[in-house]
Design a protein around this ligand. Sequence first.
Ligand SMILES: C[S@@+](CC[C@H](N)C(=O)[O-])C[C@H]1O[C@@H](n2cnc3c(N)ncnc32)[C@H](O)[C@@H]1O
Length: 332
Amino acid sequence: MRGEDDKPTLSPHVRPATKANEAMHPVVMSEAAFTSKLLRDAAYYADDTILILNMDVREGIDLLAKADVEVNCVVTSPPFYGQRDYEVDRQIGLEAHPSEFISTLADVFDAIGASILAANGSLWVNIGDTYWSGKGEHKSGESKQSARRFGVRPQDKKGDGKWCVPKQLLLIPHRLAIELQDRGWLVRNDNVWVKPNPIPDQVRDRCSMSHEYVFHFVKERWYYFDKNSVGRSSDNGTVLPPLDTWELPPVRGPARRHRARFSEELVRIPILTTTPPRGVVLDPFAGSGTSLIFARKHGFRAIGIDAKQSYCETMVDQLNQVSEEEIDGADD
Ligand SMILES: C[S@@+](CC[C@H](N)C(=O)[O-])C[C@H]1O[C@@H](n2cnc3c(N)ncnc32)[C@H](O)[C@@H]1O
């Protein structure tokens, strides 16, 4: 064994390989692993930079792990508790009790953390909250989207008398964050998405809700984070990190695409700060494919999983549009 005194002396021009330095130079997955036969055979859609899996999220994670996939940034908006019936097998979001929803989602993120997220990668989760209603089935001819299907909403049933009592804000976002923290994840931010001019709540005894969260989790103390592309300039010219409050209008537009889609602006900071060049972004509840579209536009590779076939179809259409725009742009 070499003694302390025999340590090689580094030239003054060589920076020591600290954990912090190493995290800032992540190795990204090879092209061969991304385009492996195992993945192509199972994919709903695959090209050299995009992979779409139309299956239950847990099956998708197992498959990616089997193919030795390693992703750098996971950004997603899982189904919110009690909000929508996506009418797919094993769907997440309509569990009878919120604690069941939290543990199911935490299991999904844990499986991703254990098998496919790089050690220096990041997980970003956009999630909103839900009130327990306990009112029974709605009879009012509620004008909200039919996908909400009030007969199946867990929060309309009689509650447990504890968390689940009428008018209770369930604190789902922070319960999920605390569960993940208890399981060993590091919580770096509870970024708040502030929605100017939201659709008003029909309530008279509380404030109208106008925010959601975008939690940033990491697995280890040292991880890849590049603030330069999204930072703010200070008076002395240095780059400050972005703030943790993001004021962005909600997406409106044809419901045909996806009723609960998020805006490309919402994934801008997550993807640009925590995906290294040519890195891989994963959205395990990809819906209409917003994260994949943003990733493609910025030169990253991306993987989307969604259980609903019509959303996978939408994703492919949207991605083809981006490719066509790129070709048109190249002709200019
Ligand atoms: C809130 S939406 C995601 C919207 C997406 N961010 C967008 O911009 O379009 C949640 C998605 O989770 C999907 N989903 C629900 N349960 C699932 C499951 N068990 N496995 C995979 N996908 C699931 C739904 O089909 C839905 O598209």
